[in-house]
Ligand binder design. Structure first.
Ligand code: ATP
Ligand code: MG
Length: 451
């Protein structure tokens, strides 16, 4: 059985006792409710607009892939593959995994659709990822990422542009206080030489290593530098630096990247201990972090993965990308007070008398065809006139239309501004659309002069 897979006893759909029990959501998997969706949509719209302006195209890949893809791409000694994957055997006996990240699936899609062949691709993808982590603020088991990948260029120009793109997104969203950390992981060769030195240093201090680090010592010692355990920090600070073992080409690549960042006015901090949690990175790695000191301070992380595509069986193709955590960014938008105002209807349609319901529905459908941009809220279930006007007021609409039997008999509809003292007027049904335009324009200019 693959790591992470658990044998599940067969379960009946429900038993007599649990039918009435309230069903809970899965731990660490959240609903995004209408009250929060405005921030999500705002973030998504800004991101989509910016990525399009930089020439990136959207790609959608499956949420589920063969387990082997992630094992081969991310690396079996990483936290993600070692302990966080949602892996299961499907009814056909295949080992499948809910994607813990998007890069592997995107690379798989490029290979299996024959899209490489020396071509360049600038792609982005939005969607949920799944990792079995300890749920806490900013760390969930289903979380959303915006993933951005530039395939086919060795950089550092494209690396710099990607970072500039992310910096521009923070500015557009009004998110401040993020720090950019950058580092270079060199090539697999230069890393091998460094790895030997690092192991030697860590072996000399083996007593100070926590359980996780002892486990990693032989298999993946670089990962120890990524440890968030406060007790390990002093040991990590004393460790030899990968940056001092870079090969000449990687050093030149990194220096050129830093020069480009300076040229476009992007401040950065070189963090020689930034190694990132997935195995496929080489050369450029970076992370945008918040000022908060918690373990959930990374909002956007990425790097170069020149070897991954060949490793997965595609033509050797250099690539670079990053992923940003949507929940963490939405939380920053909310703290910064940069969430959009809630949307409300323009027109609330009050229906007086059961006989009018059919005519009201007909009328609003006609108006929706004539004025597609206007948001109408039709009162359902007719009922008490006063209660309907209360609902109309609460809806935030600027204008109420009153569709009543008496009015309809005379071929008119009542119209009443809801945010002004102007009284109710009447309008012939045939001229309703232009009359609505005028009334909404008047309401908008009255609202503007009140501000
Ligand atoms: P962390 O160090 O916080 O565990 P990571 O290095 O595992 O992050 P990546 O795999 O690089 O993260 O994912 C990119 C981004 O996705 C992170 O910067 C973060 O904003 C977000 N992210 C990662 N794991 C989670 C999670 N469990 N819940 C919410 N957001 C997450
Ligand atoms: Mg993680």
């Amino acid at each position: 059985m693959p790591p992470g897979a658990r044998a599940q006893p067969p379960r009946a759909l429900h038993t007599a006792t649990d039918v009435s029990e309230q069903i809970q959501s899965v731990r660490g998997m959240n609903d995004v409710l209408p009250a929060q969706i405005g921030s999500w949509q705002h973030l998504e719209a800004c991101t989509r607009e910016l990525l399009t302006a930089y020439g990136y195209e959207e790609i959608r890949v499956p949420l589920v892939e063969h387990t082997e893809l992630f094992e081969r791409a991310i690396g079996e000694h990483t936290d993600v593959v070692g302990k966080e994957m949602y892996t299961f055997i499907d009814r056909g006996g295949d080992s499948l995994t809910l994607r813990p990240e998007a890069t592997a699936g995107i690379v798989r899609a490029l290979i299996s659709n024959g899209l490489l062949r020396g071509q360049r691709h600038k792609l982005w993808c939005l969607g949920p990822m799944f990792r079995h982590e300890a749920p806490q603020a900013g760390r969930y088991r289903q979380f959303w990422q915006v993933d951005v990948e530039a395939v086919g260029c060795p950089g550092p120009d494209v690396d710099a542009e990607l970072i500039a793109l992310s910096a521009r997104l923070w500015r557009r969203l009004g998110i401040s206080g993020l720090t950019l950390q950058v580092n270079s992981l060199g090539t697999p060769d230069s890393r091998r030489a460094y790895r030997a030195q690092l192991i030697e240093y860590l072996r000399a201090h083996e007593g100070l290593l926590d359980a996780d680090s002892q486990r990693r010592l032989a298999a993946n010692p670089l990962r120890i530098l990524d440890s968030k355990n406060p007790q390990m920090q002093e040991l990590i600070r004393g460790a030899p630096l990968l940056t001092e073992h870079l090969d000449a080409d990687s050093r030149a690549h990194f220096e050129a990247l830093c020069a480009m960042l300076r040229a476009v006015g992007i401040a950065y901090v070189i963090n020689p201990r930034l190694v990132r949690g997935l195995d496929y990175y080489n050369r450029t790695v970076f992370e945008w972090i918040t000022a908060s000191s918690g373990a959930q301070n990374a909002v956007c992380s990425g790097g170069r993965y020149d070897g991954l595509i060949a490793q997965l069986g595609g033509d050797a193709t250099p690539a670079v990308g990053f992923a940003m955590g949507v929940e963490r960014l939405v939380a920053l938008l909310e703290t910064a007070g940069r969430t959009p105002a809630a949307a409300h209807p323009d027109v609330y349609v009050v229906v007086s008398g059961a006989e009018s319901e059919l005519r009201a529905l007909q009328l609003v459908e006609r108006l929706r065809s004539e004025r597609p941009a206007v948001r109408f809220e039709l009162n359902f279930g007719a009922g008490n006139f006063k209660a309907q006007f209360r609902r109309a007021d609460r809806s935030g609409a600027a204008l109420a239309l009153i569709v009543g039997e008496d009015e309809l008999a005379r071929g008119v509809v009542g119209m009443k501004p809801l945010r002004a003292d102007t009284g109710q007027s009447e309008c012939p049904v045939a001229q309703l659309a232009p009359a609505l335009d005028a009334a909404l324009a008047a309401a908008a200019s009255a609202a503007a002069s009140r501000e």
